[in-house]
Design a protein. Structure first.
Length: 237
C-alpha cells in the first residue's frame, strides 16, 4: 500500500492505495504492467479486481482504520471493470457482506475507462455514488486527460500523475500548465493529489502551492498489510 500525506497537517497519513503485486517462483516482484495485461487477455481481470476489492473491504473491517487516522482506502478499477454491467452490483454486495461503510472507499478510474462503454461506466459510478463511494481520476496529465473530462465525469479527487508533477519542476512549460489546471480544479471544489513525490524540495514546494494531498516514495515505498499498520501506528501517533 502507498500512502498519501496531508501537507497542511505536517505529514499526517490520511489514506492508502491498495496495490496488486505478484511474485515469481524465485520470489521477485513482477511489474503490474506485465501481469495486468495477461489477466486482461485471459479474461481474469474481473475476478482479480473483485478479489482485490474484497481484500480491501476485509482489511477495513478487521482494522480500525479511522483510529489510525486513515480516512479511506483507494482501489483501482481497470478499463475492463469499468465496462462491466454488474460492477456496481457486485461491489455493493461485497461491501454489504463485510458491513463496510462506503465512505471508506475511493475507486480510481482513468480517462481511458470511458472510451468504449461510457454509459456503463457512468451507470456504475452513479449506483456506487448513491451508496457513498467516491471516485478519483487517476493519472491526470497523461494520455488524453483534460479539464473537460473532469467537468464531464462525477469525480471527487484528481490525481496528478508523476510525469506531470516532475514536469512542474523540470520543464519550463510544465509549471504554468500545472498551475492553471490546479486553479481550475480547485474552483470546481475537487481535491488534488500529487503523485510521485520523492524529494524534500518537491514536498515543500507543493506544500506552498496548497496541494491537498501528497503521495510518493518520499514518505514510503509500498508495504504489505502488516508493515502498513505498523508504519501508520508509528507515524500517526
Amino acid at each position: 500500500m502507498c500512502h498519501c500525506g496531508d501537507v497542511r497537517n505536517n505529514v499526517l497519513f490520511t489514506s492508502a492505495e491498495a496495490l496488486v503485486r505478484i511474485r515469481s517462483r524465485e520470489g521477485n516482484i513482477i511489474p503490474p504492467g506485465r501481469f495486468i495485461a495477461v489477466a486482461e487477455k485471459r479474461g481474469l481481470i474481473l475476478s482479480l479486481g473483485e478479489r482485490v476489492f474484497e481484500i480491501v473491504c476485509r482489511f477495513i473491517v478487521q482494522h480500525d482504520i479511522h483510529a489510525m487516522g486513515i480516512e479511506y482506502i483507494e482501489c483501482n478499477l481497470s478499463v475492463v471493470q469499468c465496462a462491466y454491467d454488474h460492477l456496481a452490483q457486485d461491489f455493493i454486495a461485497i461491501m454489504e457482506k463485510y458491513h463496510v461503510d462506503a465512505k471508506d472507499i475511493v475507486l480510481e478510474i482513468t480517462e481511458s475507462a470511458s472510451i468504449t462503454e461510457k454509459k456503463i461506466l457512468l451507470d456504475n459510478m452513479d449506483a456506487l455514488r448513491k451508496v457513498g463511494v467516491r471516485f478519483a481520476l487517476d493519472d491526470f496529465g497523461t494520455g488524453q486527460s483534460n479539464l473537460s473530462y473532469i467537468v464531464d465525469m462525477p469525480i471527487d479527487i484528481v490525481k496528478f500523475d508523476r510525469g506531470m508533477t516532475n514536469a512542474y519542476f523540470d520543464n519550463g512549460k510544465g509549471k504554468p500548465v500545472m498551475d492553471a489546471a490546479m486553479g481550475m480544479i480547485q474552483k470546481l471544489k475537487l481535491e488534488i493529489v500529487s503523485e510521485g513525490i520523492e524529494e524534500k524540495e518537491q514536498f515543500a514546494k507543493l506544500d506552498e502551492l496548497g496541494i491537498d494531498y501528497i503521495q510518493g516514495y518520499y514518505f514510503s515505498k509500498p508495504r504489505n498489510a502488516a508493515e502498513f499498520i505498523s508504519f501508520i501506528e508509528s507515524n500517526n501517533a
